[in-house]
Design a protein around this ligand. Sequence first.
Ligand code: 5IU
Length: 250
Amino acid sequence: APPQMKRIPLEGKKIQHPIGKKLIEFALKKKSNLIASADVITSSELLKLAEEVGDHVVALKLHTDIIKDFSFDLIDKLKVIAKEKEFLLFEDRKFADIGNTQELQFKEGVYKIADWADMVTAHPIAGEESLQVFEHVGVVAIVEMSSKGTLTDDYYITKALNVAENSSNVLGVVAQRQVADELLLFTPGVNLSSKGDTKGQQYNTPERVFKAYHTDFMIVGRGIYQSVNAKESAIEYQTAGWNAYLESLN
Ligand code: 5IU
């Protein structure tokens, strides 16, 4: 493989989006490029996890539609913890429809994501204009997935990156490869002790995603929330991620 260009440190990234700037500010202050994915199904588990990992993450990634007892009381409590511990609320909704429909999914329904989320994920599959509906949040566009057999091939990725780069409310992308420096790169599928699951997930180590992909933020789910001590695991991933990031600067 050709030698990788030297990566740009977080403080050198030319990110225009205010939410992107906030993420970088938190990362440098907390020495963390960790996002915890809180794929738990009750409010009490979610609040407990937020308290335990909050000091060690820059964002908490949520799937609010898997929470059995979802309420805005949960959101209010999460917002208090997020403010105190300095992390963002990242709804992994993976919007993938025409602009009009995703606008309704974003603003209306049970979850009213637009009222509280700092960031959301969206597929750029419906084209640039479909992403314009996500106002006042940072959009993370999914250009490549981590799972075995994903349909996000090189041709799709090139086109998806093009949409992402041309959309002013997109602050970054999800991918399993290095992307242009103008975008923040988010990489899920990270685990220190597992290679994958039985449902197609494929894992890399923090070392690999920071050094080979030059990712900016790694996303860790089961590696943290399924561990015996979520706080200790968060610290372990935070340290492994930050050290790999620092080493990747050289
Ligand atoms: N996620 C992926 N891969 C992807 C995308 C999202 O794993 O390509 I896009 C989500 C799914 C889950 C989290 O919420 O990231 C990873 O969780 P685990 O670390 O438990 O596998």
